[in-house]
Design a protein around this ligand. Structure first.
Ligand code: 5GP
Length: 114
């Protein structure tokens, strides 16, 4: 199992600006925000990226999306909309090898992404 900074945040060993947490997931503000609201949602369970999804409890993965919705509502993004992103692997631009969902909002997003 690969340990990462996000694993340390999930275990409470590393400080983060946590906006939501429960038994399965932690949500905290990105250190280098790309939008007025930029929150990362991670599972407490260590998994590298979406390629691990077939081996993980579907309920855990579904829960992560529910946490994104909870955070979006809490941050006042639900009405105007927001974006949820899972960068995966090198071509996806992933830099931290612990699955994370970016919740981005507070401005209009461009499409296609760069
Ligand atoms: P990725 O590029 O892997 O999809 O996203 C990793 C994200 O983690 C980046 O947006 C980066 O700014 C953020 N990040 C990296 N290290 C830390 C950290 O120690 N704390 C927090 N809160 N965010 C981090």
């Amino acid at each position: 199992m690969t340990d990462t900074i996000f694993g340390q945040i999930a275990r409470g060993e590393m400080e983060a600006d946590i906006v939501y947490e429960d038994d399965l997931a932690v949500a905290f503000r990105d250190l280098n925000p790309q939008a007025p609201v930029h929150v990362l949602v991670i599972p407490r369970e260590s998994m590298v990226d979406l390629n691990d999804a077939p081996e993980v409890e579907a309920a855990t993965l579904g829960h992560l999306l529910q946490v994104c919705a909870t955070v979006a509502k809490q941050e006042g993004l639900a009405e105007d909309g927001y974006r949820v992103v899972a960068n995966t692997g090198d071509n996806g631009g992933q830099t931290v090898n612990h699955l994370h969902l970016h919740v981005l909002g507070g401005r209009a997003m461009l499409w296609p992404p760069g």
